[in-house]
Design a protein around this ligand. Structure first.
Ligand SMILES: NC(=O)c1ccc[n+]([C@@H]2O[C@H](COP(=O)([O-])OP(=O)(O)OC[C@H]3O[C@@H](n4cnc5c(N)ncnc54)[C@H](OP(=O)(O)O)[C@@H]3O)[C@@H](O)[C@H]2O)c1
Length: 299
């Protein structure tokens, strides 16, 4: 990372894993943070952080945010681009401003667009981190996709859990695609798809009934016990998951050459292979192309 002021641009910094990552990243002197947030009360509360309006459920807002960031940067580079926001719902009925299934629109399409809008501004040797999830993998999560179907995911997804898993596969394949671009390799940009793993006590389960959320949190020791049989059930804390996100963003942690997927496995950072689909170049190209069409970008 550079000696000059380093700049962080981030989504999903207002709650859960991202809030902890932001706190760690901004604790280092000489860090400028620009975050996108949809809540005006949070915009007032985060002193020292530049907060710009961003509701990821609207591609027009994403474009406006991208333009506002570039305007503020005024030609200086973005050292860390952290695309961490995420949401999930109990149904697939809700639609984004553009008519897409809401979880897929917010988690994948908006971040795909934002990554492409800001990629030209990412610094030489800069970092791009997209937060994915091991729920993208059918070996771990039964609802995960077994083939790429971007238009179905955007318009007629199956279950809510399937829609969430598809959006997280979208994040992973977007990171893989960005890492493979000549623009990225030429500037020695490190691109990472980060799986924080099951993390209790964040806002992600806010759409779930209250008793279920409380039970999840209280049962952390049980989840940790169960993870001896199924490692993906290990329940991380938002502090730890956020800390690792920050370290991946600021270069304290670096994946081995050729690895894009970084995953907390039983609380420890590892670099396992993602799902078969998640490392399939044809799947990567299909997601890139179809997401470009849906967000109005050239391939
Ligand atoms: N928790 C887990 O078990 C787990 C596991 C694997 C992966 N993840 C991933 O980790 C990331 C962080 O999740 P978390 O668990 O920390 O959940 P969280 O506490 O709910 O944080 C989600 C963040 O995304 C933002 N966000 C959601 N919808 C948005 C929208 N339409 N426009 C702008 N911002 C929006 C939220 O902003 P507001 O403050 O405005 O709501 C918040 O800052 C997500 O990508 C999630 O998919 C989580």
């Amino acid at each position: 990372m550079p000696d000059r002021t380093r700049t962080l641009v981030m989504t999903g910094a207002t709650s859960g894993i991202g809030a902890h990552a932001l706190a760690r990243l901004t604790a280092r002197p000489g860090t400028r943070a620009i975050i996108g947030a949809r809540s005006t009360s949070i915009r007032r509360a985060l002193g020292g952080v530049e907060v710009l309006p961003l509701d990821l459920s609207s591609l027009a807002e994403v474009r406006a945010f991208g333009a506002a960031v570039l305007d503020r940067m005024d030609g200086t580079p973005v050292d860390m681009l952290v695309l961490n926001a995420g949401t999930q719902f109990m149904s697939t009925a809700a639609r984004s401003a553009d008519g897409f299934e809401l979880a897929f629109a917010v988690n994948h399409l908006a971040h795909y667009l934002l990554a492409r809008l800001l990629l030209p501004a990412v610094a030489q040797s800069g970092r791009i981190v997209l937060t994915t999830s091991d729920t993208h993998d059918p070996k771990i999560f039964r609802s995960a996709p077994i083939q790429v179907a971007v238009r179905d995911w955007a318009h007629a997804p199956g279950s809510p859990s399937g829609a969430y898993a598809a959006s997280k596969l979208g994040n992973l394949l977007t990171a893989e695609a960005i890492a493979a671009l000549r623009e990225t390799t030429g500037r020695r940009i490190t691109t990472i798809a980060y799986n924080p793993g099951l993390t209790g006590g964040t806002g992600l389960s806010r759409a779930f009934p209250g008793p279920l959320r409380q039970a999840m949190r209280a049962l952390r020791p049980v989840f940790i016990l169960l993870s001896r049989l199924r490692p993906e059930l290990y329940m991380n804390t938002p502090e730890h998951a956020g800390d690792v996100l920050a370290q991946l963003a600021d270069g304290t942690l670096t994946p081995p050459a050729g690895h894009v997927y970084a995953s907390l496995v039983r609380g420890k950072l590892a670099y396992p292979d993602p799902s078969a689909l998640g490392r399939d170049p044809a799947a990567r190209e299909e997601v890139w192309r179809d997401s470009a069409a849906l967000t109005g970008l050239p391939v």
